[in-house]
Design a protein around this ligand. Structure first.
Ligand SMILES: Nc1ncnc2c1ncn2[C@@H]1O[C@H](COP(=O)(O)OP(=O)(O)OP(=O)(O)O)[C@@H](O)[C@H]1O
Ligand SMILES: [Mg+2]
Length: 369
């Protein structure tokens, strides 16, 4: 799939733009603070119904305006989809798919699949497990709308259960409700853990191949799912194990006031040549592992949906060494790529015939060669 046309109105530092994009490479070139990431964000917003930079949707409205509008024509194998979003500080927000207002997020998610790689993602391997769980949640929500529902449900139950645990420190009146929340939590946890495990098995296979290529065969990447239930085979295994764990930990849970087992504590172990990259890898290895992980999503999305997602590379080219840059340049011509950069020499690396270059200056775009 690819974004054929993009319109934004009153979007951050843009008044009104309407551009046609190439189905292969689109380069947004400009100095710092001109609006390159803003445009990448607009495309991301249409795919995930949120920004990758802020949790407050209203932040994307241009400062002196009441609302912002984003529209994209997405070309897909079976035809075109028109996606529109209005975010307003005065009226009701809406999302439309082919002119019809959507009532649920699941009607929109998956219409435009995006894999985004930005400097933040270089931290995926290096930082704590929160980022890696976010990675799992975002990627799985894109390809499995059911997961989006499940994770929201799990987080809601977890929150209620934690509040209850805190209140039990003062009074045991509600102790029977704890069993109800525990059963609901375990039910949602089972499906989430199975989906995460299966997703990581796929990621592991594909990212190993990519990593081998970008490191010219010198590094073997391994990805492993880390969770509270070791080597489970079935839903029943998870259920039995979590039930036991939560029963055993009940006293300390009440003392601490939060839940001590479940997928909210999951992590991903990333190894290169058998060594934990997070603790022992060099910065370059941590970045390459993050790149291999992210790029493997392209093939996973393709294997599940039958279409390639749109790839957004925001400001990352200059962060990578020549091998990694070469890999990106040589291997991604079948994927629509939105690339932002500050240097003209980055543009010269690409010889793609179907290449659009946009110069970005203070919220204005001009088309280059
Ligand atoms: N809601 C908003 N309304 C108007 N302008 C905004 C809004 N939010 C951000 N901006 C402005 O948009 C400008 C461009 O931001 P953007 O992050 O797109 O820059 P960039 O071209 O990606 O720069 P860099 O190369 O440093 O990453 C910022 O300087 C900021 O002042
Ligand atoms: Mg930027």
């Amino acid at each position: 799939m690819y974004v054929k046309n993009l319109q934004v109105k009153n979007y951050r530092n843009y008044d009104n733009i309407n551009i046609n994009l190439s189905k292969s490479l689109n380069i947004f070139l400009g100095e710092n603070a001109q609006g390159k990431t803003n445009l990448a964000e607009a495309i991301y917003f249409l795919s995930s119904l949120k920004s990758h930079r802020t949790s407050k949707n209203k932040d994307i409205i241009a400062w002196n305006k009441d609302d912002t509008y984003i529209k994209a024509v997405v070309s897909r194998l079976y035809g075109e989809d028109v996606l529109e979003i209005l975010i307003s500080s005065k009226e009701k927000n809406y999302i439309k798919v082919n002119g019809v207002k959507a009532t649920k997020a699941s009607e929109v998610l998956g219409r435009l699949n995006v894999v985004m790689f930005s400097p933040e993602d270089l931290k995926l391997v290096k930082e704590g497990p929160v980022l890696r769980r976010k990675f799992l949640d975002f990627e799985l929500s894109q390809i499995r709308p059911k997961y989006h529902y499940l994770i929201n449900r799990y987080n809601k139950i977890l929150n209620q259960r934690n509040n209850l645990l805190k209140s039990l420190q003062f009074s045991r009146d509600m102790i029977s409700t704890l069993d109800v929340f525990t059963d609901q939590l375990i039910e949602a946890a089972c499906d989430i853990m199975i989906m995460r495990r299966d997703f990581l098995i796929k990621i592991s296979e594909i990212s190993k191949l990519i990593h081998n290529k970008i490191t010219s065969g010198t590094e073997e990447l391994e990805i492993e799912y880390i969770c509270d239930v070791k080597d489970f085979q079935s839903k029943e295994d998870i259920k039995t194990s979590l039930e036991k764990k939560l029963k055993d930990k009940r006293k300390s849970e009440i003392k601490k006031g939060y839940t001590l087992a479940g997928p909210h504590r999951d992590d991903i172990m990333i190894k290169i040549n058998g060594i934990d990259v997070r603790s022992f890898g060099s910065q370059g290895q941590q970045r390459s592992a993050a790149l291999s992980l992210k790029l493997s999503e392209i093939d996973i999305i393709n294997s599940i949906t039958g279409e390639y997602p749109v790839l957004i590379l925001d400001d990352v080219l200059s962060e990578l060494d020549e091998n990694r840059q070469r890999y990106l340049i040589d291997n991604l011509n079948h994927v629509q790529t939105i690339l932002t950069c500050t240097s003209g020499s980055d543009v010269d690396m690409f010889s793609s015939e179907d290449k659009n270059v946009f110069f970005v200056s203070n919220g204005n775009l001009s088309i280059g060669q």
